[in-house]
Design a protein around this ligand. Structure first.
Ligand code: B12
Length: 162
């Protein structure tokens, strides 16, 4: 419900119908609403996913939506949020021993800038990349899994395939 709305805001913003202030208001509002759905998502007995945006990446909505959808399917979520270094992901992974690490970016450069780190991350932990900056080709280069499609469909696939 919120994802198409955001696209519309972005579109209208790009076309000049929405001011930067309105767009900031809308995104901050949306961020707070999405995180309200996320309450308690680290609890439970199911498998654990560790979620992070790539270094420099501020687009968190897709990742939060994915976390909410995955928690609804019984997974526990550890969420590191925007602009996360691979070292931070490694440190968190050592603490929570995730069943899946997901790194997300809207732009490909954010992934490739940290390619070596992501490659060594995926040697240690089951790692997937997602978002518009990810692709099947890039995932293959990083020896990672690619989460195709929208966050809800991807959560469904992960929970079905493990
Ligand atoms: C909200 C927003 C912001 C917010 C983000 C707030 C937040 N906490 O997330 C703020 C204001 C911070 C922001 C900043 C910027 N943004 Co912005 N933003 C958007 C906007 C309006 C919506 C993005 C969004 O969340 N959509 C909802 C998600 C779910 O949909 P989606 O992005 O289309 O993703 C699809 C898939 O990629 C996938 N997906 C996405 N994430 C994930 C995660 C998982 C796990 C999975 C499985 C799938 C998945 O699911 C979606 C549906 O298929 C878009 C405009 C638009 N029309 O999309 C621009 C947009 C993404 N932003 C853009 C840009 C350029 C920027 C800035 C560089 C602007 C600037 N000059 O400062 C900065 C960069 C910040 C940074 N360092 O990362 C561009 C990106 C263009 C590109 N790809 O190169 C867009 C497309 C706007 C545009 N038309 O130019 N932005």
């Amino acid at each position: 419900m919120m994802m198409p709305y955001l696209r519309e805001v972005g579109q209208r913003w790009a076309e000049g119908h929405v001011s930067v202030a309105q767009e900031h208001f809308a995104t901050n509002f949306m961020h707070a609403r999405l995180l309200a759905f996320a309450r308690g998502w680290d609890r439970g007995l199911g498998p654990r996913a560790l979620l992070a945006c790539a270094p420099g990446e501020q687009h968190t909505f897709g990742l939060i939506g994915f976390g909410v959808a995955l928690h609804q399917r019984g997974w526990r979520i550890t969420y590191l949020g925007a602009d996360t270094t691979v070292a931070m992901v490694e440190e968190a992974a050592a603490h929570v021993t995730p069943d899946l690490v997901v790194v997300c970016a809207a732009m490909r450069e954010r992934m490739t800038a940290t390619a070596d780190g992501l490659r060594s991350l995926s040697e240690r932990w089951p790692t997937a990349i997602a978002g518009a900056g990810a692709s099947l080709t890039l995932a293959a280069e990083l020896s990672a899994r690619y989460l195709d499609g929208d966050p809800v469909t991807a959560a469904e696939n992960v929970s079905l395939q493990g």
